[in-house]
Ligand binder design. Structure first.
Ligand code: MEV
Length: 433
């Protein structure tokens, strides 16, 4: 991809946008066809995915522009019903370009499988027996997925935990650490946990109860960093000038609120998840798993807090970081069976699940900044209203520069309605003819 900067993209018609996307990405228009209607998920395909299917449920799919992640230009598909999210991410990605874009990294794709062992007569002896047989257990767990093993994945470690204070008294939990490579990994890990159960029962003298993946994927963290010079943060709105340094300090003060207060942290992290989930959904990944992991990780200290941090470096730049578990895959499940998810992965040109996670965590950070910048300055409603007004203007038939004119007049009047958009559009067209 030469560039993810596509100026004027939002003013194009739907077909023009797809043409522009094909041109910018170098993909064949056929590769992007699933994004069009009809296209994407058919009812027949949906019928083979879940039970009792009667149809499909669609969401808008937008493209976040301007992203550079680890030096690579990337166009990011986002599936979301909420206005302002795609625009917010794109705009922050544009500001981030001044500091080289986003720098992201991920841990190896290791998931944790949990095996609950009840009724072991001697917990310490059980622990010792499991540790002694660790290598055999790992080999058996790796054997459940020969394909994954061939690709370099498989069981990595086994940890034994004693849960002393539970509502039913103490018991033992085995953690199976499993490298799932480019998969989300639930299937491989759950199968491996089930496979190990009889041997674990024999070694511990207990009874294996639950055998299931943990969504607190804290072995599979993704981190993104961004640095933005204050000059890129300055802006004018409604006749007010916001100096870059003030915006920077306002963002930091907004973050401090989330860092100290769970009520604010929940909303702050929700803003991050606006970006994260939209890409997770667009790529056919399990967003409930990612949500569960994110919030559990945010509470890891015992007090729920912000997933991101914001501060300033010695040169006065705004610097932000986001770290969170990201269990996403590019093989298996809907990532391959859902036509739009497949097209989305192709558009991003990701070759590994880690690369996908690096993009997603960068979008989360961009989204967080979009919200904090707006909240710390003019508030979020203004941007919301003007975006909403643009959509209403387009729906009323405005095209090209008329979109902005109709939208601006509606916002100035404080009336954003289809009938008003049509009336303003008629007036402007008459004045022009
Ligand atoms: C709205 O979807 C998200 C925000 O509430 C996030 C935030 O408050 O940081 C704007």
């Amino acid at each position: 991809m030469a560039t993810s900067r596509l100026p004027g993209f939002y003013n194009l018609s739907l077909t023009e946008r797809l043409d522009r996307l094909a041109q910018a990405s170098g993909l064949d228009p056929d590769d992007l066809a699933p994004f069009q209607t009809p296209g994407g998920l058919t009812v027949e395909l949906a019928d083979s995915m879940i039970e009792n299917v009667i149809g499909t449920h669609n969401l808008p799919l937008g493209i976040a522009l301007n992203f550079i992640v680890n030096g690579r230009e990337v166009l990011v598909p986002m599936a979301i019903e909420e206005p302002s999210v795609v625009a917010g991410a794109s705009f922050m990605a544009k500001l981030a370009r001044a500091g080289g874009g986003f720098h992201a990294e991920t841990d190896p794709p290791q998931m944790i499988g949990q095996i609950q062992v009840l009724g072991a007569p001697d917990l310490e002896a059980a622990r010792a027996a499991l540790q002694r047989e660790k290598e055999t257990l790992l080999a058996e767990a790796s054997a459940v997925d020969p394909v994954l093993k061939r690709l370099g994945g498989g069981a990595r470690d086994l940890e034994v935990r004693l849960l002393r204070e539970t509502p039913i008294g103490e018991f033992l939990v085995v953690h199976l650490i499993y490298d799932v490579r480019d998969a989300m990994g639930a299937n491989a890990v759950n199968t491996a946990c089930e496979r190990l159960a009889p041997r674990i029962e024999a070694l511990t003298g207990g009874r294996v109860h639950l055998r299931i993946l943990s969504n607190l994927a804290d072995r599979r963290l993704a981190r993104a960093r961004v640095r933005i010079p204050p000059s890129a943060l300055a802006f004018e709105s409604a006749g007010v000038h916001y100096a870059g340094e003030d915006v920077r300090d306002g963002v930091i003060a907004a973050w401090a609120f989330a860092a100290a207060d769970p009520y604010r942290a929940a909303t702050h992290n929700k803003g991050i998840m606006n970006g994260v989930d939209a890409v997770v959904i667009a790529t056919g990944n399990d967003w409930r798993a990612v949500e569960a992991g994110a919030h559990a990780y945010a509470a890891r200290s015992g007090r729920y807090t912000s997933l991101s941090t914001w501060g300033r470096d010695e040169e006065g730049n705004l610097v932000g970081e986001l770290e969170m578990p990201l269990a996403v895959g590019i093989v298996g499940g809907a990532t391959r069976s859902h036509p739009t998810a497949r097209a989305a992965l192709k558009l991003m040109g990701v070759r590994t699940a880690r690369e996908l996670a690096e993009i997603i965590v960068s979008v989360g950070l961009a989204q967080n900044l979009a919200a904090l910048r707006a909240l710390a300055t003019e508030g979020i409603q203004r941007g919301h209203m003007s975006l909403h007004a643009r959509q209403v203007a387009i729906a009323a038939g405005a095209r090209g520069e008329l979109i902005e004119k109709v939208a601006a007049q509606m916002v100035a009047e404080g009336t954003v309605r289809p009938d008003r958009a049509e009336a303003i559009l008629r007036q402007l067209q008459q004045a022009d003819s």
